[in-house]
Design a protein. Structure first.
Length: 319
């Protein structure tokens, strides 16, 4: 009996020792898993921080490079050859766009303009729809572009029902960026003697160019306070040569009003006129980029889209 009691006691102790070993084994595994999880968390945090540092460094490097490219681009406005000037500017535009891909992805852009915004001259797709700079802009930036172009329209309400000043409220409320492209038709109306109310920037009467341009700009500023507005001035045009002897106002005067009002409203200016981009006063440039003396061809629309995209990318990269 004593032997049986001793054996039972030894068996109990054995089971106890086995249980403790099992317990310690489980605890060890749990602690090991916890330690591994902590190590992974630390590693992930370190990797995330390192990635953030690399991304920030890359962005900083891209911005520095973008600044260098932009400075070189601005110097090109002094080149005498109009065709080569535009080609060289376009090369710089493409470099800037490539430095910040996707920066405007998901944005909504609305373009308010005339027949150039409609896409006249740019060709048609398989469904017969015009392909202009708005289409290219959407593809380049990966964003939605609302096209509010209308052929033959002017900024001012002289005798044209669909003037910009009468339809800017069609711009969607949720638009992020507004692009204003116009003024060349206003210049033609005055140059052809169809209207003579240029107005004055200090006495902004309605149905004058100065008055209605101010109403348009102020209306957009008040109605779309959260949108960034970019004013695209007209490129130098052969019309300036045709009308230089009959028109007291120059195309420059119309663009000066746009620049001044843009400055007052805090709008950005993409100054094609001042920088000589797509300057088509010379025959060689007209033959290459226009279908007539005003409207860009397919290549001209693409160049215009890349010029605008470059300015948008540069602006939003610095916000």
């Amino acid at each position: 009996m004593k032997g049986e009691g001793t054996a039972g006691k030894e068996a109990a102790e054995c089971r106890s020792r086995h249980g403790m070993r099992k317990y310690h084994d489980i605890v060890g595994r749990v602690l090991g898993a916890v330690c591994l999880a902590l190590l992974l968390t630390v590693r992930i945090s370190v990797d995330a921080a390192a990635y953030a540092d690399v991304a920030a460094s890359h962005m900083e490097s891209s911005l520095r490079q973008m600044e260098r490219v932009r400075k070189r681009l601005q110097k090109l406005s002094y080149m005498p050859d109009a065709v080569q000037r535009t080609l060289d500017m376009n090369g710089k535009d493409r470099q800037i766009i490539d430095l910040a891909p996707g920066i405007l992805a998901g944005y909504k852009i609305t373009c308010l303009g005339d027949s150039i915004t409609v896409g006249a001259g740019g060709g048609v797709d398989e469904n017969g729809r015009l392909i202009g700079y708005c289409n290219h802009l959407s593809r380049i930036l990966g964003c939605e572009v609302v096209n509010l172009g209308m052929g033959g329209t002017t900024i001012g309400d002289y005798f044209i029902e669909n003037a910009f000043v009468n339809r800017y409220e069609q711009i969607p409320e949720d638009t992020d960026v507004i692009i204003l492209e116009g003024g060349l038709n206003d210049y033609q109306v005055f140059a052809q003697g169809l209207w003579n109310g240029f107005g004055d920037i200090t006495n902004r009467e309605p149905e004058t160019y100065c008055g209605d341009a101010y109403t348009l700009y102020q209306g957009i500023k008040d109605s779309y306070p959260n949108a960034e507005v970019f004013v695209v001035t007209a490129s130098r045009s052969y019309l300036e040569t045709l009308y230089q002897s009959v028109e007291p106002y120059r195309l420059q005067d119309f663009m000066d009003v746009q620049r001044l009002y843009a400055k007052w409203m805090g709008f950005q200016v993409i100054d094609l006129h001042e920088m000589g981009f797509l300057d088509c006063r010379e025959e060689a440039a007209r033959e290459r980029w226009l279908i007539d003396i005003v409207h860009p061809n397919a290549e001209g629309h693409l160049l215009l889209a890349e010029r605008i995209a470059s300015e948008l990318v540069y602006y939003y990269s610095h916000q």
